[in-house]
Design a protein. Structure first.
Lengths: 724, 151
């Protein structure tokens, strides 16, 4: 994808960024209250106290983008890291769009990748005018000026950024601001630059949407249909009338939920429990998990669409049939909830011309127009104040702004004058859909003369993007294949001849959504466990065999082989300690290459994950410590779900209710993790998601090495694996 | 009713049975204590009651009259300082939503066991979920805090 930046738009000095933004975080973690601000451009401001203000077009859900974008700016400005403050940008698709999406939003591990040049150029432009201001003030050529630690120097002359900010803001930035040569980086690549959000979060002072209060605010929880697609027939609030603080209840116009209003959160939750509702399930999803699994498997019998361009399914099937040996797998993957620690919520308050939304907003580019449409407002009058998000893993990135629309409907039903805070409880979250879709895979690999001759792969699941406004992002005109259903298989970089990937779209009423690493959550598992089976059938070592399939014909193969070898070397592949068993997997996702070796032990039949060694190649490592953190977190997130998590349904009703039966990974489950970062001069790529895909198959491969048990149904507990 | 929170007597009006969590958050604006699950399963709402870690989402407020309640906003002392310093030094946080609760549990551990083993840490912290899976660093930071306290 080409990054197209209109430099004119980028560097156009604009006062519209607004002093209102400066309710933010100072470099030391306290709240900023700058007295005056020199607006260099939409991404960088410098106040008269010399603090550099970085305006973040991306939100922060823990992935470290706040620190990452600030690093780019501090690097190019040669700013003192301790005097760099960060602020979330307002919703503005023109200035703050994700250059890969064309709209403002965070996802797909794109924040650093799409911002890398943009923020550096913005900071380089700010630096250029600061230097020019100093040159004019001291009446010397700009070439004699150096910048370091937010101080501008020439000979005995010195000036702080703050002294020059106002003068610099009046100057015209250069048309082509010169960014640094990577050999001059001193912050980018620094092993550990302190996170910008640590201080507030450690003190319990970071503001999440859940913490936002506005005067006169009413709290709302929704009583939703217990089955997806159910419609409200009638409801009775009389039981709630005795709940202190209960305000009232109104059916949403969508007919799938009742808004329960109260003066505090607890009262809203209590009142909801006291309300009874009758639902019509005629058109609802009424199937149970076993039926849904059987349905998905049946879809594999006759693929609807071919996902590999130019593939010949009939020829592939014939080649498999003619092979000496056929290695087969059939796998099913459950629905998964994201379950971010902060349950979904947002606050909507009226303004003179529209509304203000306080939200850990992941897709302002979708939320703003959607809320404007629902409330019949001019989008210009929908203001979004983005605050910290307590995790997301994809859940806050809905294409239909699901929970913000619920809040907007609740706001409108109350008359549109009273601020409302919509709160999801954990039960709402676990039962509320927008899951990683259920998927089924079936693959047959034909082997002849010690090598693969054909690969017949079939995938079935409900598409995530097809049919949504985001469809064009992943589906070229005329294509029927939702890339998020097949990514990681149909675009495999292994040297595999005669591969056909047949896709069938599953239909259900269960809302589905991208979940940290999207299609790779299941495709990497299928590919990397099957490759181990093939290696075993050919009597080859899993690492040697993969390297044979990655002969280095292009950069993808070289980089995959690179992380594979590095992880194997660092983990002591093939030489586990006594009582330990290893498994390995490698996968490219979001243009980042990750290999992981999982080491397990088994005691009385129970598997314990002891250690994970990870090698990652994400291009230039902007913040190595953030990259390590994302790999550690991705490994933990992937492990917990592959081990034991699933959303199941009985006659359409979700069986799980909360963490006790959707048990999160605990500290007692967490292995030792080592992360090794490949040195690279390639452009930086994402790290939020790519740590997830390899860990599941690496674990399954280690479990096979330890127990001889293969996994056919996820989570692994459903395949008879028990964990210590 | 009257509660002793962070060393201060405060008067609150809350219906009987209201969990301490919601009194802290909705009535008293002490919002560092977080709502994560409401069923004492995630630990995001952990506070100290008479020096012991307690899940405030499942503790009725009327049972706490006469007790000393400490929230993330009110923690002090060597263990608290060491834990928060170690958390910053190792950049433990990611989304940060669970970290108040993590820190409250860690402070309590270090106030009672000055040199905890990995097993001690796992036992003390098992009730605090972190969906970002910062556990690897939580372990390291508790060891680091222990060293800071010793120094």
């Amino acid at each position: 994808m080409t990054i197209q930046t209109s430099r004119r738009t980028l560097l156009k000095g604009t006062a519209a960024a607004g002093a209102a933004l400066f309710i933010g975080i100072r470099a030391d973690g306290s709240f900023a209250a700058a007295s005056s601000v020199a607006h260099m451009n939409p991404f960088v401001s410098i106040s008269d106290d010399g603090v550099v203000h970085v305006i973040l077009k991306h939100f922060e859900m823990g992935q470290g983008t706040t620190t990452g974008l600030a690093t780019l700016v501090a690097e190019e400005l040669d700013a003192d890291w301790n005097r760099v403050a960060v602020h979330f940008a307002p919703a503005d698709n023109d200035r703050y769009k994700n250059l890969f999406f064309g709209a403002q939003g965070t996802g797909g591990s794109t924040a650093m990748a799409n911002s890398f040049m943009q923020y550096r150029q913005a900071a380089a432009a700010a630096r250029a005018v600061l230097v020019q201001a100093a040159a004019e003030m001291w009446n010397i050529p700009a070439e004699q000026i150096t910048v370091s630690g937010s101080v501008i120097k020439a000979g005995t002359e010195r000036a702080d950024f703050g002294e020059l900010a106002a003068k610099a803001a009046a100057l015209t930035p250069p048309e082509n601001p010169k960014v640094k040569d990577p050999s001059d980086f001193h912050l980018i690549g620094l092993d550990h630059l302190p996170r910008k959000d640590s201080n507030l979060k450690v003190a319990g002072l970071a503001t999440f949407a859940m913490d936002v209060k506005v005067p006169g605010m009413v709290y709302v929880v929704l009583l939703r249909s217990p089955r997806f697609g159910g419609k409200l027939t009638s409801f009775d609030v009389s039981g709630a009338n005795g709940v202190p603080g209960f305000v009232g209840a109104k059916a949403l116009p969508t007919g799938n939920a009742i808004a329960v209003y109260a003066q505090n959160t607890w009262a809203a939750i209590q009142a909801r429990e006291a309300i009874t509702a009758v639902w019509d399930f005629k058109d609802a999803e009424n199937r149970s998990t076993d039926e849904l699994l059987a349905y998905h498997r049946s879809l594999l019998d006759a693929p609807q669409f071919e996902a590999v361009e130019g593939a010949d399914r009939a020829a592939t099937e014939a080649a498999v049939a003619a092979a000496d040996t056929v290695v087969e797998t059939e796998l099913t993957f459950p629905f998964l909830a994201h379950a971010p620690m902060e349950p979904l919520n947002c606050v909507i308050e009226p303004t003179a011309t529209g509304i203000r939304v306080h939200d850990g907003c992941q897709f302002p580019g979708a939320v703003k127009p959607t809320l404007a449409h629902v409330l019949e407002l001019d989008p210009a009058n929908v203001e979004i104040r983005t605050v910290f998000a307590g995790g997301s893993f994809g859940r806050r990135a809905t294409t239909n702004a699901d929970y913000q629309v619920e809040a907007a409907m609740a706001f409108a039903l109350l008359g549109g004058k009273t601020p409302v805070k919509l709160v999801w409880t954990r039960e709402d979250d676990i039962k509320g859909g927008y899951y990683r879709p259920m998927f089924a895979h079936r693959a047959k690999v034909g082997l002849k003369d010690g090598r693969i001759v054909a690969w017949d792969h079939r995938i079935a699941g409900k598409p995530i993007i097809k049919g949504t406004p985001f469809e064009a992002m992943v589906m070229p005109p005329g294509s029927q294949v939702d890339a998020t259903s097949v990514e990681g298989v149909n675009d495999s970089h292994y040297d595999i001849p005669a591969m056909s990937v047949g896709l069938s779209d599953a239909e259900s009423q269960v809302p589905v959504l991208w979940w940290r690493s999207v299609g790779h959550t299941h495709t990497a598992f299928a590919m990397e466990t099957l490759l181990d089976q093939v290696a075993e059938a050919l009597g080859k070592d899993p690492v040697d065999f993969r390297l044979e399939l990655l002969p280095g014909q292009d950069k993808d193969q070289q980089r995959l082989a690179g992380v594979l070898k590095l992880a194997a070397e660092k983990a002591g592949w093939g030489k586990p300690a006594a009582g330990r068993h290893q498994g390995i997997a490698v996968h490219k996702s979001f243009n980042t290459y990750v290999a992981e070796v999982v080491e397990v032990s088994v005691t009385d039949g129970a598997v314990k994950v002891e250690r994970v060694v990870c090698a990652v190649d994400c291009g230039i490592a902007v913040n190595p410590d953030v990259i390590r953190a994302q790999m550690e977190g991705g490994i933990g997130y992937g492990l917990g779900h592959v081990m034991r998590n699933q959303i199941t349904m009985t006659e359409g009703e979700v069986d799980q209710f909360n963490f006790p039966d959707y048990e999160p990974l605990r500290i007692t489950d967490m292995p030792a993790v080592e992360v090794h970062i490949v040195a690279s001069t390639e452009a930086p790529t994402g790290v939020g998601e790519p740590g997830v895909p390899p860990v599941g198959p690496a674990l399954a491969n280690a479990v096979y090495a330890a127990t001889g048990k293969r996994v056919s149904r996820l989570p692994m507990t459903e395949s008879g694996i028990t964990f210590a | 009713m009257k509660l002793n929170i962070n060393g201060k007597q405060v008067s609150v009006e809350a219906a009987p049975g209201t969990p301490l969590l919601w009194v802290l958050r909705d009535n008293l604006n002490l919002q560092g204590t977080k709502f994560g699950c409401g069923v004492a399963s995630c630990g995001a709402c952990t506070v100290h009651v008479d020096g012991q870690p307690v899940r405030s989402c499942s503790t009725a407020v009327e049972d706490l009259e006469g007790s000393e309640i400490t929230t993330i906003e009110g923690i002090e002392g060597p263990a608290a300082q060491a834990v928060q310093a170690a958390w910053r030094e190792l950049d433990v946080v990611q989304c940060g939503y669970c970290q108040s609760g993590q820190i409250m549990s860690a402070v309590n551990l270090l106030a009672t066991v000055t040199k905890p083993s990995d097993e001690d840490i796992d036992a003390a912290m098992a009730g605090n979920a972190c969906r970002c899976a910062t556990y690897h660093r939580i372990r390291a930071a508790i060891h680091r805090a222990s060293d800071i306290m010793e120094a």
